[in-house]
Design a protein around this ligand. Structure first.
Ligand code: FCB
Length: 472
């Protein structure tokens, strides 16, 4: 039996066919793969400084060499061709382009991305460029970082410089990757660079990132960019009972906890970007955490630039319940009286992240109901497992299972009417996983960091088949 859903998603006895033109790809980020941190005029980013600070990154790992992609990008593009990728999402390192975060543009830094884009286009792979995936020039952090308003203006200037060089060939532009993580782990709980722990600074950072997004989106649009997106880390926020039973009704207190965390995680970012407003409840929370003076008249109009796509990075749901007396979590200022809970009864990845594929369909359907004006693309989804190389193979069946389950969830959401245009797996390569260093492997391609040898894992071979079939 074939069931035809809306938007061209069909399901035939376990097979899931995706709509024609669905974009299949993979994603990476500059600091996680490039290495070459002193090459061609690059100066330090906050991640160079942070990773060199003892105790911040597991194993004392740094991105100094990473996957050596700066020097191996041509081979890496060949790997992408071998997999049949239609799209490759990568980020540009701001400190290569403007080594001190402002001032003259470093042409040699841009040359690298220009070569990469040419290679991709020769291979028939569409580049998706992210302008900020967390590697802020250290000089800008020294001047106050994202909590300082000026950083937003510097970001827009940098974005325009990248567009001026690549805009003739690149049509898909993302301003920011996961501003929630960059602001609240960077300035809230200090687990990420620059490692500050100041709730007021975290809220200011988040607002200035959004302002930078608006300013950059406006500049890119004026310069002629065709497709502009913002990438957010999103999760459905659910109660412990809803892990197993999505329909379980929450108590009034749990519903309040869920709503508040959803405001901090989701609506803090989407509402201003897509609707030009902050939720009133959100402004109350900011008011109690340092005040709202940094949100100036006119900012929301700047932030509210038309975007063509909302990029979704999904890994797991966020499980919370009411917890009277609980202190706010440092990553979630405003979360007083809320308890963050494990997801009982489901398997977890090597990160300890619960595997709940239907969380992705719930999220996609909710987003397309609440924000119908914006198209969706999965810009990251994937899993870390403790892979082993055996006789030249990596039998990572659990990763392929994870991807299969989440792709079925995407398919179900499309059949329910969600406007999902593509799926980019995280990640092409094992890489520098931020505070976890190299011990957490997310790649569908294994990297031996001692020899830089690449090896397609079973999940990569599986993904190649999925792409070739346009479905499961
Ligand atoms: C996301 C990041 C990405 C990667 C994955 C596992 O939060 O955007 O760089 O680290 O998590």
């Amino acid at each position: 039996m074939t069931v035809v859903g809306t938007r061209g998603a069909t399901l035939t006895e376990g097979r899931a066919d995706f709509p024609t033109g669905f974009v299949w790809g993979a994603a990476t980020a500059s600091y996680q793969i490039e290495g070459a941190v002193r090459e061609d005029g690059r100066e330090p980013s906050i991640w160079d400084t942070f990773s060199r600070t003892p105790g911040k990154v597991a194993g004392g790992d740094t991105g100094d060499v990473a996957c050596d992609h700066y020097f191996r990008h041509a081979d890496d593009v060949s790997l992408m061709s071998e997999l049949g990728l239609a799209a490759y999402r990568f980020s540009v390192a701001w400190p290569r382009v403007q080594p001190h975060g402002s001032g003259p543009v470093n042409a040699r830094g841009l040359d690298f991305y220009s070569r990469l884009v040419d290679r991709l286009l020769e291979a028939g792979i569409t580049p998706y460029v992210t302008l900020y995936h967390w590697d802020l020039p250290q000089a800008l952090e020294d001047a106050g970082g994202w909590p300082e308003r000026d950083t937003a203006y510097r970001f827009a200037e940098y974005a325009a410089a990248v567009y001026a060089r690549l805009g003739d060939r690149v049509h898909n532009w993302t301003t920011l990757n996961e501003p929630w993580v960059a602001a609240f782990l960077g300035y809230g709980n200090g687990v990420h660079a620059p490692g500050r722990t100041d709730p007021a600074a975290a809220f200011r950072a988040a607002h200035h990132m959004l302002l930078g997004h608006g300013l950059a989106a406006r500049a890119l649009r004026e310069a002629g960019a065709r497709e502009i997106s913002l990438v957010l880390n999103l999760s459905p926020v659910i109660t412990p009972a809803q892990v197993a039973d999505p329909g379980a009704a929450p108590s009034a207190a749990d519903a309040e906890a869920v709503g508040r965390i959803d405001t901090l995680l989701t609506r803090q970012f989407i509402d201003p970007a897509v609707r030009g407003e902050y939720p009133a409840e959100f402004l109350d929370i900011v008011g109690r955490n340092g005040g709202v003076d940094h949100i100036r008249d006119g900012d929301l109009a700047i932030i509210n630039q038309p975007i063509d796509l909302l990029g979704i990075n999904y890994y797991n749901p966020c499980v919370v319940e009411s917890g009277p007396g609980q202190a706010a979590d440092a990553a979630w200022p405003g979360s007083e009286d809320i308890r963050f809970c494990p997801a009982d009864g489901v398997p977890a990845t090597a990160m300890g992240w619960p595997i709940v594929p239907n969380g992705l369909s719930r999220l996609l359907v909710r987003l397309s109901d609440d924000y119908p004006e914006v198209g969706l693309i999965i810009t990251e989804n994937g899993a870390a497992f403790d892979d082993v190389v055996e006789d030249g193979r990596v039998h990572d069946a659990r990763r392929a299972d994870y991807l299969d389950g989440h792709l079925r969830a995407v398919h179900a959401a499309i059949a329910d009417g969600a406007d999902v245009r593509g799926y980019l797996v995280w990640s092409l390569l094992d890489n520098f996983e931020w505070a976890e260093g190299y011990r957490r492997r997310f790649g569908i391609v294994h990297v031996d960091f001692a020899t830089q040898r690449r090896l397609l894992k079973d999940s990569a071979l599986w993904y190649r088949e999925v792409i070739a079939r346009n479905g499961l």
